[in-house]
Ligand binder design. Structure first.
Ligand code: PBG
Length: 336
């Protein structure tokens, strides 16, 4: 391919030809919108995530979902927030049928039926008093997470969410065997139709900072490096994904997205048949919001560029707090 016979710029002459040859098309149907649901009345703004709120389970939440739906966003993932005094070492509010997530699932399913798809995050960190994603044991003065006891609680939690109407449960705790344990429990109780979106390659990332403030789920001691993946590893993601697929995951995930585009690409190349989600996490969202507020970047173009890049890398679905805004911006076409 040689100049002057070949001139790549001919295909960039104007927007019509650029649109015609674009390799990647971003669409609101790619998005899963994460929503925080809480106890009690009144929505609360989340200071670390401008534009995001903790929603009470009621009219305000219905209206918020309705507005997103009108923009073409029809997939939602729910996270629960409970007051500190309701937390305990085993995170029992997480598998309480009267907790905020099951209540929200029931309300939204009653209201919207099959017009929306509901995912429920399955983890314990929002509900444990120590903030870890599992059961903490101390032996010889050293703490560790009891993997096998924890996945039993995840299965219990998944059953409560399935019973409340979740279309998919999404285990995010990075315990070994969590997908198999949940699949087994769902099948044993007749929930064959409920799917699993596994947080397969979830890295121990500082990009989760704003979320932990939003959900009050930061660990009170230690960190999550004994269960979440090491940011230095890409190929290990293939092992996690292989195991999750074998254990019955319907959708696998890479998280975070932006600093892990190589991992998204790697997983897509090795498992082209597996639906792949990527989580555009709270820290990625907060950075864009902060830079936009300071006037350093154009939020619309930067956001659509980031989401397009995540899709180009190989993601089929993108969990993003920008979902409703991005859907609105896409109505005016792409900025490229
Ligand atoms: C719970 C969970 C976390 C996120 C999703 N599920 C936090 C964590 O692992 O500490 C992060 C989401 C985000 O940052 O947007 N285990």
């Amino acid at each position: 391919m040689k100049f002057p016979t070949v001139r790549p710029r001919r295909l960039r002459t104007n927007k019509i030809i650029r649109d015609a040859v674009a390799e990647t098309a971003l669409d609101p149907s790619d998005f899963i919108y994460p929503i925080f649901v809480k106890e009690g009345p009144g929505r609360e703004a989340i200071p670390t995530m401008p534009g995001q709120h903790r929603w009470p389970v009621g009219e305000e939440l219905i209206k918020h979902v309705e507005e997103a739906l009108a923009l073409g966003v029809n997939k939602f993932i729910l996270f629960g927030v409970v007051p500190e005094e309701q937390k305990d070492p085993h995170g029992s509010r997480g598998y309480d049928p009267e907790g905020p997530v099951p209540k929200a699932l029931r309300l939204l399913k009653e209201t919207f039926g099959d017009k929306i798809l509901l995912f429920a995050d399955v983890c314990l960190c929002e509900y444990t008093d120590h903030g870890h994603c599992g059961v903490v044991k101390t032996t010889g003065g050293r703490w560790h997470i009891d993997n096998d006891e924890t996945i039993k609680l995840y299965a219990k939690e998944a059953l409560v969410y399935a019973d409340a109407g979740a279309d998919f449960v999404a285990p995010s705790g990075m315990m070994d065997g969590q997908v198999a344990e949940i699949r087994k429990a769902l099948d044993a109780h007749g929930f064959h139709h409920v799917g699993i979106m596994a947080y397969s390659a979830k890295y121990a990332s500082a990009f989760y900072g704003p979320f932990r403030t939003a959900a009050a789920s930061a660990p009170k001691f230690g960190d999550r490096r004994t269960y979440q993946m090491d940011p230095r590893n890409a190929h290990e993601a293939l092992k996690e994904v292989a195991m999750d697929l074998e254990e019955g995951a319907d959708i696998v995930m890479v998280k975070p997205a932006l600093a892990y585009l190589d991992v998204i690409r790697l997983v897509k190349q090795h498992y082209p048949w597996a639906p792949l989600a990527a989580y555009n996490v709270s820290g990625e969202y907060a950075m864009v919001k902060a830079a936009a507020a300071a006037g350093y970047i154009d939020e619309r173009v930067v956001t659509l560029e980031i989401l397009t890049a995540i899709k180009r890398a190989g993601a089929d679905l993108i969990l993003t707090y920008h979902a409703p805004e991005a859907a609105k911006w896409l109505k005016d076409g792409t900025p490229f």
